[in-house]
Write a protein that binds this ligand. Structure first.
Ligand code: ADP
Ligand code: CP
Length: 309
């Protein structure tokens, strides 16, 4: 059995949107992670957090209404809470599945901070959708608080800045655990965004795109593979058009051509392709795979998914 160092990026489908959904979804996801471990994958897991961070932010602000000395809950604090909440469900579910398989491996969640650039242009143009669908009145209330919203379909969603990840502050701790044969959940929700100010790290009002951070994590751990688990088995060109075509194995050059043609939707598929390309360009033999959570094991074994290498 081939041992491979794999960074797994879990999307919405692997986690669900609400508390009960997350409890169930993480159990299903944990079974898949345990299968990957059985197949020889040494895994570090990162994950989405947009629904959860939005929910936490809303709950914190609701709580504040009843406390006169309450201050606005910073997005960075909500990101930290989302890492703890998702990590808690995920690490327990993975631990249980590994035990069922007779595998002993400690599983832990590392609260991970990721630096961003104060001058990142993303701060001027919020695009990252978080939280649940809002009605018109709720959207107006958010705007009155100084938050941003966008109309999607019949409703509204909150949007925040999504600056690019720079340094993963806790990378040495993540690497030490991985090297010790342990399973690590890290960089959840793209990492808690922080600004470096001298010796201090100051929380930034943003949510980092987890696909970009996952790519950065895979680079810094010198992983063999970046496995992005989303809701489609394969990436398509001409997506949702009559001549839609699913992609199997493509080269970095092909991926770049498709990106230049605008084949991938910004803020959903484009970050996955971009992160894959940047990771694969790091060195000989690196591979990025994009597939659905349900097909993860097949894709890991080379039987499906869109592979960029
Ligand atoms: N070219 C494309 N090929 C396949 N899926 C695409 C494409 N462009 C956009 N998508 C959409 O991207 C979605 C995955 O992105 P997103 O929901 O942000 O993922 P996740 O939460 O899993 O990270 C798919 O469900 C699909 O609807
Ligand atoms: N932080 C992040 O990228 O979350 P989503 O994948 O849920 O948008």
């Amino acid at each position: 059995m081939e041992k491979k160092k794999v960074v797994i990026a879990l999307g919405h489908r692997a986690l669900g949107n609400t508390l009960p959904e997350q409890k169930e979804a993480t159990k299903r996801t944990a079974k898949i992670i345990a299968q990957l471990v059985k197949e020889g994958a040494e895994v570090v897991i990162s994950h989405s957090n947009a629904p959860q961070v939005g929910m936490i932010h809303m709950a914190m602000n609701e709580f504040g209404k009843y406390h006169p000395d309450y201050t606005y809950a910073p997005m960075s604090v909500c990101s930290a809470m989302s890492q703890g909440y998702i990590g808690y469900d995920l690490q327990n579910a993975i631990r249980a599945e590994l035990m069922k398989e007779g595998i002993y491996k400690p599983v832990s969640t590392i609260l991970t901070q990721v630096t961003v650039d104060t001058y990142d242009e993303a701060f001027a143009e919020p695009v990252k959708v978080i939280g649940r669908v809002l009605n018109e009145q709720e959207a107006e209330e958010e705007e009155n608080k100084g938050n941003y919203v966008t109309k999607i379909g019949d409703g509204y969603r909150r949007i925040v800045a999504a600056p690019k990840p720079q340094k993963i502050v806790e990378i040495d701790a993540i690497r030490a655990l991985l090297d010790a044969g342990q399973i690590v959940i890290a960089c959840g929700g793209g990492g808690i965004p922080v600004l470096e100010q001298g010796t201090e790290l100051k929380g930034a009002s943003a949510v980092i795109e987890k696909d970009y951070t996952s790519g950065r994590l895979a680079e810094q751990l010198d992983a063999d593979e970046l496995l992005i688990l989303t809701s489609v088995e394969k990436v398509s060109v001409n997506f949702h058009k009559q001549d839609e075509e699913e992609l199997g194995e493509i080269s970095v050059a092909q991926a770049k051509e498709y990106m230049a043609e605008g084949q991938f939707e910004a803020n959903t598929m484009l970050p996955k392709i971009q992160a894959s390309v940047e990771f694969v360009e790091q060195g000989e033999g690196k591979k990025a795979v994009i597939t659905s959570i349900d097909k993860a094991v097949d894709a890991y074994l080379g039987r499906t998914g869109t592979v960029i290498c």
